[in-house]
Ligand binder design. Structure first.
Ligand code: AHM
Ligand code: MG
Length: 312
């Protein structure tokens, strides 16, 4: 069987879009190429001076890691050279950068979960692409494409352009992402739940009882603390991933534009269900700022629906 490369797949995928002029193809390829370089640097992270912090704090009050800066700069440089992006908004930057050359807006979290890199734990790059519009604050439903690259035991790029989800594993011997997970579908049910239970003293009573009910029904807990890795496992094995709002984090922790919406688009495209709060879907929210936070509960349809219908 002949392996299908990410580049060939995207070119073929874009043929179904009558208006495609190759610009989106270029952006996706540029992100994939940057991901290969970020992945290589991470593999050498213990040997070269890219671990540790820069001493700065970013817009989300997190310590800035050197590898965050490297990943952010590399993606910006690559997308700038590609000339297809009008605006880049990054979780690492206070304000979006206006490039003014292209028809698309890219939101990105260059290295999600980077607090984990010193301990050799998987991290990822998340991206979300929109058509340029009057405002960059568009609802997640308007995403043209979204995806992530997980730097794990192998590096894998998973993306959607709105007709299914496909995953491509990097073959390190040839430096090419090859189709490995075609038409990904999240299992209807699953036996893993993933949430930071250290926040439970701040949870409301319904959430506490719901998580207890998962335990008594025999579910297992897994929480890596890297959203890309936790969501990837949920896509493959089914289950629930949540970062809910609580008494302390009243809008949760994760960012609507950089983290929640791209993952919500992927999970819905894979047949799963996503809510931010009660029955509200984050993809319908009209964002009020690029760094806005949103609660999120996503995963297997039946489990998210169990949560929605759980006795209040
Ligand atoms: P980051 O974008 O600063 O890396 O933070 C986001 C990460 C997610 O990857 C992960 O799901 C979450 O933070 C973990 O947060 P917590 O340590 O509060 O459980
Ligand atoms: Mg992040």
């Amino acid at each position: 069987m002949q392996a299908i490369s990410l580049t060939d797949f995207i070119l073929e995928d874009q043929k179904t879009n009558l208006h495609a002029r190759g610009n989106l193809t270029r952006i996706l390829n540029d992100i994939a190429e940057s991901g290969k370089i970020i992945g290589l640097h991470l593999k050498k992270a213990g040997l070269v001076d890219i671990l540790g912090t820069t001493g700065d704090i970013n817009t989300s009050s997190d310590e800035v890691k050197k590898i965050d800066v490297f990943s952010n700069n590399l993606l910006i440089k690559t997308l700038t050279i590609g000339e297809q992006v009008a605006t880049i908004a990054s979780e690492e930057l206070e304000n979006p950068i206006e490039l003014g050359t292209g028809d698309y807006v890219v939101f990105m979290d260059p290295l999600d979960g980077s607090a984990n890199t010193d301990a050799n734990i998987p991290v990822g790059t998340i991206f979300s692409i929109y058509h340029k519009s009057d405002s960059i604050l568009q609802p997640g439903r308007k995403q043209v494409a979204a995806g992530y690259i997980l730097y794990g035991t192998s590096d894998i790029l998973v993306y959607t352009c709105g007709h299914g989800v496909n995953g491509f594993t990097l073959d390190p011997s040839i430096g090419t992402f090859l189709l490995s997970h075609s038409d990904m579908k999240i299992p209807e049910d699953g036996d893993i739940y993933s949430v930071n239970e250290a926040n439970s003293p701040q949870w409301d009573d319904t959430l506490i009882r719901f998580i207890e009910s998962l335990k008594t029904s025999g579910k297992r807990a897994r929480y890596i603390g890297s959203m890309v890795a936790d969501v990837h496992r949920t896509l493959i094995k089914g289950g629930l991933f949540m970062y809910p709002n609580d008494n302390k984090n009243t809008t949760g922790k994760l960012r609507l534009m950089y983290e929640v919406n791209p993952m919500a688009f992927l999970v819905e495209q894979a047949g799963g269900r996503v809510i931010s709060h009660e029955t509200t879907n984050p993809l319908d929210a009209v964002p009020s700022s690029v760094h806005e936070k949103s609660p999120v509960i996503l995963g297997s349809k039946s489990l998210v629906e169990n949560f929605i219908h759980f006795e209040k």
